[in-house]
Write a protein that binds this ligand. Structure first.
Ligand code: F6P
Length: 546
């Protein structure tokens, strides 16, 4: 199969880039003042301004032609209809089915996918409702006030991010904590101050075989038994979310209290299903369903909007544009919302576990660069930390700014604007400064000494997307997550890779298990795989007096 980089569409983009590389966003706006009004897309609650990108109408035509060449339209349909597009695992990729509207049928590989999804959602809502109302109590009859989700990767980052994001909707007096790391500090810190009588553990693991999760779950089980003095308490305080009923039962959790999902949901695409149980307990079934409606709105838009007006398609193609034609290595995600503080971490797994691949789906090596490195922090904190590099560094870092019009609370402050307006003013000012900068002439005209002028020059021409939504509601959050899920899909399709496997994480897991005995045994560190690691093992043992 010919590589996409050999296509005429790729060559046309490469040639076009040589022209655009020499043009400043100041010129693009001067030549085409209407671009600000034109280069926008609305999808559900999300409004995207992409006018501050280093593109013209021609760029967009060439990029959408590349998407057509990559067969994006057919691939979208293949995903939504359950073809086995996860080729290395021979699986369908159906996270979009997790938010199918009630009444819409979908049968894949003989499974009533829609029926099964709604059955699990109903079961979750029933359980969440009982915990929230106090009908489901702990072993001693007290109501549950804290839910501890134990999981890692996709079984942690999604619900943890969403719980933080939807904090203002947690209305039942139940708070959540999230334990993921095998570092004992994590679980011990999260258990500190909790009352075992009022704590519910949700053990979340697709495979129910993940070392970190099972180890933390065992520590939690012992803590509970020690606290309540009776092993029978476990069944009232432990529930599971998994695809593996056998292992759940082996662990000692009643499978009646297990919430299932399926191998066609990737871990990093799963918090809108059963993996979202802790979130649902905190915010309620209704808010959860509103979140699903937000996902669905973007799914429908992605599936039906023409590429030139399709938000995930445009944002995915812009990612390809900078990664492959401008040599950009990273993309910053900068939410101007403290509630989205975990969103960049969540996106790191979603995007980098999906698209961090160097072979194509057919096993041939990729030729293009793949896998943007996602990173970020909420504004305005980032402004006082790393924005210096964004503004004046030598690297090109395209950035996504995400903001909301309405805050949940906005205390009165003395000054020209309220706190939320100041937050938004900062976001908009940053995108403008990044795009247009400030020239040496402008700086000199302010009376700056000549020797200082070069230090103050703001080069500009730094591309950004701005996403604005009315408010950080469950629906808006669902839309935002679906947007990035589909951006990943668009990029993966252009690069021709399987965005839904993650073989690269396996070797390290196996090696850690092989290595663990060497850290504790008195035997020479023979299990160490190489001389450097063997020396580190020896040093570690010395430090621990072993
Ligand atoms: O190690 C990577 C990974 O397999 C992720 O893809 C997944 O989200 C995470 O581990 C946790 O896996 P599980 O839900 O099976 O415990």
């Amino acid at each position: 199969m010919a590589d996409i980089t050999e296509s005429p569409e790729w060559s046309a983009l490469a040639e076009h880039q040589t022209v655009l590389a020499g043009r400043h966003l100041r010129d693009l706006f001067a030549d085409d003042p209407d671009r600000a009004g034109r280069m926008t897309v609305t999808a559900g609650d999300l409004y995207l301004d992409y006018s501050k990108h280093r593109v013209t109408g021609e760029t967009l035509t060439l990029l959408t032609a590349l998407a057509e060449r990559a067969g994006l339209r057919g691939r979208i349909e293949a995903m939504f209809t359950g073809e086995h597009i996860n080729v290395s695992e021979d699986r369908a990729v159906l996270h979009t089915a997790l938010r199918l509207p009630p009444g819409e049928a979908l049968t894949v590989d003989g499974q009533d996918v829609a029926g099964d999804v709604h059955a699990v959602l109903d079961k979750m809502a029933g359980f969440a409702g009982r915990v929230r109302s106090g009908e489901w109590t702990g072993f001693t009859g007290k109501r549950i006030t804290t839910v501890v989700n134990i999981g890692i990767g996709g079984s942690d980052l999604g619900p943890a991010m969403a719980y933080e994001a939807l904090h203002d909707f947690a209305d039942a007096g139940i708070s959540c904590r999230f334990v993921s790391n095998i570092d004992p500090a994590d679980i011990l810190g999260k258990l500190a101050g909790l009352d075992p009588e009022q704590t519910l553990f949700v053990i979340s693991s697709k495979t129910f075989g993940t070392l970190e999760t099972l180890t933390n779950a065992k520590v939690a089980r012992q803590w509970l038994i020690d606290g309540l003095g009776d092993g029978k308490a476990v069944s009232r305080h432990f529930v599971a979310v998994s695809t593996n009923a056998e292992r759940v039962a082996e662990f000692g959790i009643d499978t009646a209290n297990m919430f299932g999902f399926w191998d066609w949901v990737g871990g990093r695409y799963s918090f809108d299903g059963a993996i979202g149980l802790s979130l649902m307990i905190a915010v309620g079934g209704e808010a959860f369903r509103e979140m699903l409606a937000g996902f669905r709105e973007i799914d429908e838009h992605f599936r039906s909007a023409p590429f030139e007006a399709n938000m995930p398609v445009l944002m995915g193609l812009l990612g390809v544009w900078y990664t492959d034609f401008f040599g950009a290595q990273t993309r910053a995600v900068l939410p101007y919302s403290q509630r989205l503080s975990r969103f960049p971490a969540y996106l790191q797994q979603l995007t980098m576990e999906s698209n961090g691949k160097s072979v194509r789906a057919d096993g041939a090596p990729v030729v293009a660069q793949t896998g943007e490195i996602f990173w970020g922090e909420p504004g305005t904190n980032g402004q006082h930390a790393f924005y210096q590099l964004l503004h004046q560094g030598t690297r090109l870092v395209p950035a996504d700014f995400i903001g909301f019009a309405e805050p949940f609370e906005d205390p009165a402050v003395d000054g020209p604007a309220g706190m939320h307006d100041l937050l938004t003013a900062n976001m908009l000012a940053q995108t403008s400064a990044l795009a247009f900068g400030k020239t040496a002439e402008e700086i000199a005209a302010e009376g700056t000494p000549a020797a200082v002028v070069p230090h103050k020059v703001m080069p500009g021409n730094r591309p950004t997307s701005t996403i604005l939504a009315p408010r950080l509601t469950p629906k808006a959050l669902g839309s935002l997550v679906a947007l990035y899920e589909h951006i990943v899909f668009v990029e993966g399709t252009v690069w021709g890779i399987d965005s839904f496997d993650q073989w690269g994480v396996e070797l390290g897991k196996v090696m850690a298990m092989d290595l663990a005995p060497a850290l504790t045994s008195q035997e020479p560190s023979s299990q160490a795989p190489d001389p450097s690691t063997a020396a580190l093992v020896r040093r570690y043992r010395e430090l621990r007096g072993r």
